[in-house]
Design a protein around this ligand. Structure first.
Ligand SMILES: C[S@@+](CC[C@H](N)C(=O)[O-])C[C@H]1O[C@@H](n2cnc3c(N)ncnc32)[C@H](O)[C@@H]1O
Length: 212
């Protein structure tokens, strides 16, 4: 299940959805073990999910986790490069792209660096390459009343918000983790009024999930 950092993303998404009985679709970009989408589906019994990862090995783990949790009927794991080839709309998009700056990789705790592949961690020179790669897909895959929940590294909030703005999204909230560090960036399409009531309105139509 999600690491404490990622729990901020899950909690933020659940808080935004509000009604746990909502029928909606969740997209998890860079799903890894599937922890984000599976945690959400565990709490949202009428939701369906798609998890995307470029790593076939990660997808095998995710599928095994879905079976172990009895969620395999409500989730599909597909191999892909972020949003390429996906068709939305999704009401909830979560992503935890790699966000460790290359120069900081050597300083990671051995229990992280020894077990996580570089693909899952390395975010380029400034740590933001993953967010730059994910951002262009979001507005096109998001349902009109949907929201995006991105995990961020400490201090990355303003830079990630600026990246999102360049791709038609506006940042609306930055929930913190248990240590008080801003850990999740919540964003909606720029075209939507910021003061709009949060959450899905009743009767929201679930998307047709057609990942390929
Ligand atoms: C930081 S890990 C997040 C894993 C999981 N979502 C979590 O929160 O623990 C980033 C994930 O992004 C995946 N990834 C890296 N590049 C990708 C790409 N181009 N397209 C899709 N997934 C990618 C990695 O394989 C890895 O599983």
């Amino acid at each position: 299940m999600p690491r404490p950092d990622s729990e901020t993303v899950v909690e933020a998404a659940l808080g935004w959805v509000g009604d746990r009985d909502a029928r909606l679709t969740v997209l998890d970009l860079g799903t890894g073990s599937g922890c984000l989408v599976l945690a959400l589906l565990s709490e949202l019994p009428r939701a369906f999910g798609v998890g995307v990862d470029i790593s076939a090995a990660a997808l095998e783990v995710a599928r095994g986790n879905a079976r172990a949790l009895g969620l395999e009927g409500r989730v599909r794991f597909v191999r892909g490069d972020w949003g390429a080839g996906l068709r939305g709309p999704f009401q909830v998009i979560v992503a935890n792209p790699p966000y460790i700056a290359d120069g900081d990789l050597d300083a990671l705790e051995p229990e992280v660096s020894a077990f996580e592949p570089r693909l899952a961690l390395a975010g380029g020179a400034d740590g933001l390459d993953g967010h730059r790669a994910v951002a262009p897909w979001l507005a096109g895959l998001l349902a009109p009343k949907g929201a995006v929940f991105l995990e961020i590294g400490a201090g990355q909030g303003p830079a990630v918000a600026a990246i999102l703005r360049r791709h038609g999204m506006q940042h609306v909230e930055t929930p913190c983790d248990l240590a008080g560090i801003p850990r999740c960036l919540v964003a909606i399409p720029k075209t939507r009024r910021k003061d709009r009531k949060k959450g899905l309105e009743s009767g929201a139509i679930p998307a047709t999930v057609d990942p390929r």
